[in-house]
Design a protein around this ligand. Structure first.
Ligand code: ADP
Length: 263
């Protein structure tokens, strides 16, 4: 066992020991019930927000089914020298993703859960993250194998759940809560994405995917409601063009205000 693999305290479940990384102060995983609700976007906004507050920040992309995270930060490759070094965004967010290892951005990643789990474990253990105040993990959607491995192996400070009004949000949050509870991981908050759209012409607020459920879900599940994010063409454009850091968002500040994860 290397120095990076010392077991963390209080992390033992089903005989699996958590692997601590003393240089990384806080680890927050972002999860969703299904794909396409904006989980990667929320991860990117949280990371960019934390960086803008002056923190050392990393993103571990465990959702390897699409190139979202590297693409949002405008990254195409990582550095391999005496170790694996994460790619660094314009603002200095450190990013590691399996998609950075693929020879072409268009290569499909057809991996099964256990293999994804192993890759993510390696990213956590072996990547030269340096000193980080916050590491955000973009989990694969759902509550299957890979998210489970992350929760078993990595000592998480907590989870942020992302859903959309279309989603069966109560069910998604309850499922995530059950999973997190069984591993003693707190759920820090819930974000409702694509909640509404402000018409650029008349400024009318339109709830395209139906009425917002955020507050209601928060009451039923007792998970703090962090924010509702509107459907915003500018956010989609920034994500597509690799400039997500230029999008202004107070999501991280809201998370910090709600939790006590001060760096
Ligand atoms: P997930 O990680 O849940 O699969 P992504 O974060 O990759 O979802 O988002 C899917 C797509 O939707 C991306 O193209 C992203 O730019 C876009 N998107 C996400 N949230 C918003 C939003 N609030 N407004 C506009 N576009 C969004």
């Amino acid at each position: 066992m290397s120095s990076k693999e010392t077991p963390a305290k209080g992390g033992e479940k089903e005989g699996i020991e958590k692997i601590s990384r003393p240089g990384v102060k806080h680890v927050i995983a972002v999860m969703s019930g299904k794909g396409g609700v904006g989980k990667s976007s929320v991860t990117a906004l949280l990371a960019a927000g934390a960086r803008k507050e002056g923190f050392q920040v990393g993103v571990l992309d465990a959702d390897i089914t699409g190139p979202s995270i590297p693409k949002m930060f405008g990254l195409k490759s990582f550095t391999k020298g005496r170790g694996i070094f994460p790619a660094e965004s314009k603002l200095g967010v450190k990013v590691m993703s399996l998609n950075l290892l693929l020879s072409s951005e268009d290569d499909p990643v057809i991996w099964r859960g256990p293999l994804i789990g192993r890759a993510v474990t390696q990213f956590w253990q072996d990547v030269e993250w340096g000193e980080l105040d916050y590491l955000f993990i973009d989990l694969p959607p759902g509550t299957a194998d890979a998210p489970l491995t992350v929760m078993q192996i990595i000592p998480l400070d907590g989870l942020v759940i992302v859903s959309s009004p279309q989603d069966l949000a109560v069910m998604v949050v309850k499922k995530a809560l059950k999973m997190a509870d069984s591993m003693d991981i707190p759920v820090l908050g819930m974000v409702e994405n694509m909640s509404y759209f402000i018409c650029p012409h008349c400024q009318e607020k339109v709830e395209i995917f139906g009425p917002t459920q955020g507050e209601e879900v928060a009451t039923v599940t007792e998970v703090p409601f962090l924010a509702s994010i509107p459907l915003d063409q500018r956010l989609a454009e920034h994500c597509d063009s690799g400039t997500v850091e230029d999008y202004s968002s107070d999501l991280f500040k809201k998370l910090l205000a709600l939790t006590r994860l001060k760096a």
